[in-house]
Design a protein around this ligand. Sequence first.
Ligand SMILES: *Cc1c(COP(=O)(O)O)cnc(C)c1O
Ligand SMILES: [Zn+2]
Length: 450
Amino acid sequence: MEQLKANTPFRAQLQCIECGETYDLYQVLYRCRKCDGLIDVVHDFQALKQIPAGKWKDTFSDRFRYPGFPYSSGVWGKKEWVLPEIDVEHVVSLGEGATPLIPVPRLAREYGLASLEVKQCGVSHTGSFKDLGMTVLVSHVVSLRARGIPIRAVACASTGDTSAALAAYASAAGIPVIVFLPEGKISTAQLVQPLSSGAIVISLETDFDGCMDIVRSVTTDESIYLANSMNPLRIEGQKTISVELAQQRGWKLPDWIVIPGGNLGNVSALAQGIRLLKENGMIDRVPKICVAQSARANPLYLSFQKGLGELQRVQAEKTLASAIQIGNPVSYPRAVRALKDFQGVVEQATEDELANAAARADLHGLFNDPHTGVALACTEKLVSNGTIQSGESVVVISTAHGLKFSEFKTGYHDGTLHDVKARSGNQPIRLPAREDLVRQAIEDRVGRVS
Ligand SMILES: *Cc1c(COP(=O)(O)O)cnc(C)c1O
Ligand SMILES: [Zn+2]
């Protein structure tokens, strides 16, 4: 496997997004010490640019699904753009990334679009895109510990997928994990994942925002490391979504990328990846971004309506899209920057819209979780109102695997979801084991059976 070398080494450091203050990468820091701004990992562009774009493309393509640790991972195949200095022996990878990009041409026609593809980020070890960030964060913790920084445990607040991913990666590394979950607000699969990994699971009678307040306070003890996406190491892994997407589309991004948003780390990561691609001369044109929210947890939507000034915090209400039931998103300033840089819009979907959009797209080979349903519903709405034009290409970021949300899927087809009128519901045909009745049932649906 080829190692790229520039005359000056590839390097990354921490930088405040507000005041620009820089910090060494190898310290525990989640907010600027000067102004309390959010922190980015920034790369040395001069070093990266010594490698021509064509060379980066060839290298990333050669490594894609290459059978060698850790470059076969969709994230670590881009190691120089992620954590260039980390020792390979510190990398904790569970084969994340390199997820399918699936064209759905008939659904595109139904929506009135030239091209629609779905990036299946949930086809991953713990069933969501959170794996992309956690492999980087947990690997970084291993390298911090190797440098003598005393980290006893990693901790996060979660709407279900962050905790599943953190628990899996930390257990692979043998690092203790503490997760804070909002009681009764996550799926059964999401609860059993960190339990299986042996995590300390603390279920709190509050919502995600309440869990977030507590984890921020607990992690002021620097030996308990914060793993929420406020931590920029997560963003570093997640930004490879954009690179992988460009790679899978012959180094061209679509006209639009539609992505569900909760705490808004993922849209920030998406934007960061696009900036890096542009900066390194890998793409000519940048896409527009749509952040899709549930109408019951829509602080970004409301803020967008008011021109993206102050965040319009809300008390998030119960929604089928439980992983984005967040009223006070930590990465709001990063998301504003993403929307401004990429002609962004924000759309919202009701419970009925998201559930039906997910089910309708399932009829095209997919198996959608409710968050992907939100993104699909918003895509449909933006095409109908002319924001997305019929000749444009769209990629929907699917954030989780539908199998993690079996209550949502069965509830839809049983017709028992609140506020949802199931338009694509399907039920088993229950019959006695009699051939005549079976033949009749088939004939009723597909015509004469000989
Ligand atoms: C975490 C998550 C999101 C939201 O991502 P943010 O970075 O919080 O905006 C969307 N969908 C699923 C399935 C998630 O797990
Ligand atoms: Zn600052």
